[in-house]
Design a protein around this ligand. Sequence first.
Ligand code: GLV
Length: 309
Amino acid sequence: MSIALICQQWDPAPWLEALLAADPELDIQVYPDIRAPENVEFALCWKHPAGSLAQFPNLKAVSSLGAGVDHLFNDPEFPVAMPVCRVVDPDLTQGMFEYVLTGVLYFQKHFQQFASQQQSRRWQRIISPYCRDYRVAVLGLGVLGGYCAQHLAGLGYGVSGWSQSQKELAGVECYAGVENLGAAVADADVVVCLLPLTEQTRGILATPLFAKMQPGACLINVARGQHLNEVDLLQALDSGQLGGALLDVFEIEPLPENHLFWHHPQITITPHCSSVTNPKSAAAQLVDNYRRLRSGRPLLNQVDWQRGY
Ligand code: GLV
């Protein structure tokens, strides 16, 4: 029996190496070089080509190679009710926290303004607030969002958080439900999006939400490009409703060369690398899940099909 590794947008070599280091006995078939599709029971995917899973008649479960699973459900031919797992990994979580903290400090310490002042050789001091006087709202309190919210609170930031269902997190003012979204972001200096992409959250970063934020507040999107209405963001920046945006994810990736975001002075772009799964640290849990699958034990980090995350 074997595992199919389908990640054409990434180099499969480090994954293959890490999986075989975790278990040298594994039979791994790397897509598109599939020798014996009937042997494949478990598929490890990152943005697999739509329909490509149909070739495996004995497939029993699929795991995303990342934290998000929306790329799996994007496939209209994704096998219905197939058990789906994702990666939950301390390195991925810590990496995300470090990125979000960098983003918060970037706005808090006025680095966006200093970058633009440097362009025009302008020497103008701007005194920045301390963490204790700076507020962050985290949208999405799952593994990544919950960790970021709690650790920001631990550093002294005023932190609110918002999620679909009510959460309790030490030091975080938690809100739940669409009706409380406005309250969650009202006082924030920075809003961080770490939501899963679902039909409920698609396009949530748009004018109605921006209007609930205080003028000049900033946005960090490290979830999915489809959370953001790009036209609304440009309008909000141009009107001063938002003060800046740090974006790691985009509707179209790579961001097209002629996209307006590239040259916007209040938009900072990183190329979808806020936190990247480290094959060395994630391989053990993928192999563990394969063993669980083979011995009929419950899988770890399984996704709820109904909720989509
Ligand atoms: C990255 O975007 C991930 O889902 O891990």
